[in-house]
Ligand binder design. Structure first.
Ligand code: ATP
Ligand code: MG
Length: 236
């Protein structure tokens, strides 16, 4: 508890702004305030990290980066192996105070549902679900979404392409944080890597090296591409 209070005091004095995310109880009875940032992290990029830092600064005790196991809404695309996605998160957050990785979703069998993740935390943790505007706007499509918003407070960061009005329509009670709107995505970075275009400054340095060392987003062999073009021409 003392450490918690010290951490809290240190952050308030370093950043003398009112916290957006006030404690539900007095500091003496304070619960741990945990921010949850879930994602496929394929790869993790600077917008994930900026969102996490923004939420931490708003008054949370820690941010858990939770890589998804089998994301039921992303089945169409083949994900990189979970070991790679975890390794990239570990590299990205290494040494950052308040940032932690949590593997409960990748260790769970079956499809990944956020509600199962939230219910696996003890009641002594106050949970804040950190979402980009696109995810927040779509939350009503999630499995048991009413329970998700019941167990957590949703904290939304801006994301180009989704207007604030879409978030308000979906989640009138969510809390919006200001941050630099960064028009980047893992999809974009995978494409850039595949095409040999530079993306070095969109992900932490160690992650660039990890992607290169493991040849993660390389395009299919040119022979395969020629075959595919021939196949497509035959079909048309
Ligand atoms: P992909 O393109 O593979 O879907 P992504 O960049 O959207 O990847 P996810 O792992 O799908 O990243 O997203 C995890 C969380 O991070 C979501 O809540 C998402 O809204 C948020 N997020 C991702 N990129 C941004 C961004 N540029 N700005 C704000 N939030 C973002
Ligand atoms: Mg996404």
């Amino acid at each position: 508890m003392w450490t918690l209070l010290c951490g809290w005091a240190a952050r308030t004095s370093t950043f003398p702004v009112p916290f957006a995310l006030s404690r539900r109880h007095s500091p003496i009875l304070a619960l741990v305030r945990t921010g949850i940032l879930g994602g496929t992290f394929d790869p993790i990029h600077i917008a994930h990290l900026h969102a996490a830092e923004t939420a931490l600064f708003a008054g949370l005790d820690r941010i858990l980066f939770i890589p998804t196991g089998d994301p039921w809404q992303k089945e169409a695309r083949e994900l990189s192996a979970v070991e790679h996605r975890i390794a990239m998160v570990e590299i990205a957050i290494s040494g950052v105070p308040g940032f932690e990785i949590d593997l409960r979703e990748t260790e769970r069998e079956g499809p990944t549902y956020t509600i199962d993740t939230l219910l696996s935390f003890p009641d002594t943790e106050e949970l804040f679900l950190v979402l980009g505007a696109d995810a927040a706007a779509g939350i009503r499509t999630w499995h048991r979404w009413e329970e998700v918003v019941d167990r957590s407070r949703v904290v939304v960061v801006p994301r180009p392409g989704t207007p604030a009005s879409a978030v308000t329509a979906s989640l009138p009670g969510s809390l919006r944080l200001e941050m630099a709107a960064l028009d980047i995505s893992s999809t974009m970075i995978r494409a850039m890597a595949g095409e040999g275009r530079p993306f070095r400054f969109l992900v932490p340095e160690g992650v660039v090296d990890y992607i290169a060392a493991n040849n993660l987003y390389a395009k299919p062999e040119s022979g395969d591409m020629v075959e595919q073009i021939i196949r497509e021409e035959r079909l048309s």
